[in-house]
Design a protein around this ligand. Sequence first.
Ligand code: ZN
Length: 689
Amino acid sequence: MRWPAILSAALLTTTLLTVQPVTAQAAQGAQGARKAQTITLGAGEHALIRFELPDEAAFERLLTSGADIAARPRTTPDKIVADIVVDNRQLAELIELNATPVQLIHGETTNAARNLITTQQADTLQFLQAYWWTGNGRTFLQTQVATTASDDPDVEITVRWTTADGTTGTYPLVRFEDADEYQYHYALPQPLPATPVSVTATSSLGGVSRAITPAAWPGSTPPANPAGYQKDFVDAYLTPADITARIKRLARQYPKLVDVLDLPNKTQGYRRTAAAYLGDPATAAIVVESVKFGDQGFNGVQVRTIDPGKANSPLAASYRDRVLTVKLGTGAGGEVISSTGDVAALIAARFPKRFTAFVEDGSAGLIMPVAGPVQLDDGLAGTEVPTKPQTVQALRIGKVRNGTKPGVLAYSQEHAREWATPLVTLEFAERLLANYATDPATKELVDSTDVFIIPTVNPDGANYSFNDFNFQRKNLVNHCAGAQRDPRYRNSWGVDVNRNYAVGSYFDGYVGASANCLSGTYAGTGELSEAESRNVVALASQHKNIKFSLNVHSYGGYFMWSPGAYKVPGRITLPRPSIDEAAFFLSSAKRIVGAIAAERGTVTWPAYTGPVADVLYSAAGNSADHLYYDLGITAWNFEVGNDRWNETTQQWEGVGFQPPFDEAHAESQEYAGGLIELVRIARDQSDLR
Ligand SMILES: [Zn+2]
């Protein structure tokens, strides 16, 4: 397109018609700090060039003059940028007007096919998702749109919705990249006055999508519970001890329907080594630590350094009556000459079965002070918590528990701080048991399936979360060495159980776990290095009839399946499910999301329903991928605790790991319903076989 003559007439004080070719020296002269770029066009040659304009008014003038403005990127808010198709003459005119060419996006080519492509500016837009739903009397719309201009970070996409009465509105989408790869444009669910009957998307490049009729999400409702159906079996958050008691009670109350399975790998227990700073960490100190756990006779052991009070005394240590005494070495004048490093090394070498010691950060090379006595302590605050290694237990529920019925495994609290999750699995368990005698539908389910439930996979971490540090995510096993064992890091130790499995793991090169023992996603010393993860795999592999599993986490309101991890660069995921499997995952997900919504109208968003790697993040070495790829189990993940819509602020608000109990209770009720729907799916699938 040629500019009309009005541009020159309106804007130019001089013309450069005779200068051929034009060379633009961007960033020379007054704005020399800017990156230099030379853009040259031959006579009559066209190019798409990104310009920085001097001000907003210049942009407006270009617009009204009919300049061929291809895009107006907004990546740098403090600058006025425009992508404009110009020929050599117009390039010169713009430079004269203090516009700075900063990028030659692409030039004119003589190849006919190439011309065809470059002159076709508009991108192609495709709705990946367009769903509406109603929750708590409010209608919401959520959309995802992909553009073919996937490499252009400045494309702006707008969705326009229309309701049956003709009301219409728009909202912008946000570009979503993951691992540097373009995924799609999306927006959070938007409140609408009524059900949308049509949506279209347009882009800043001129792309226009087909009009789409949004579908109802999830479009599935579970069978209604009969009158007298019993539920609401959780009255408080449950500690691991409470969960053990609950398991025992259910087994006693329903002996014909329940087995209690002791999983094979005991946990470390709610235990830590005992440690203390000897000296002042702010000036000079070492850390002395017991080799055994504090509860194995080392809490309260005293440690001190003393000055022998005479010259040329050798550094020495003794341990007697639970007191470790280090006699510092002295020089010819009686002055102490032992360094922090000398003392730490002596303690570790002299009593290798009892103590270890290391120099506190910042104290290396300093003279060891006379200090103590100080008491070693494991620092654990819980007084009512059993310290011994824990046996993790599973409930097995079914009329026929011999492996001939299709098995469903639900497990929760891999992550210690997710307190609501055992409430979900225990509510689910008790609904199956309590309604067996009175509800024929429940009886039919329990008679035709074999349900395994691990309410708390990570009891040690849970005890720490309840008693010491509520944000504890990992287990209590400390694989750190050296200075990373400093007690100041006590809330960062442990292995992320849900990064410790053997498929798509950190050790296989996948993203989303760490080798750093202090990281929140520490993968452990190797695949399945932890008792907690080995227990889940042991249960799932010993019972070959388990065909479905649900890994219950919080929070966020996600419902996910494999692949759960990818490699970079290239964002190469674990293999995608087949078309048939993917269809089954999605159709089953709609049933389960519908069952969750039946309780209090909580609708898990379509954008949060899908493969872990796509809707949440890459989680290398997670349990569901292990169960799916290695054991052939149709494996799912819940993140219970959906965001709540706040009518007042018109915002979605997160609920967190440990919401007020009323919220946790509500989550347990709705997600227990989701688990029951999963059992129905298992039954339906076995009917088909
Ligand atoms: Zn979690």
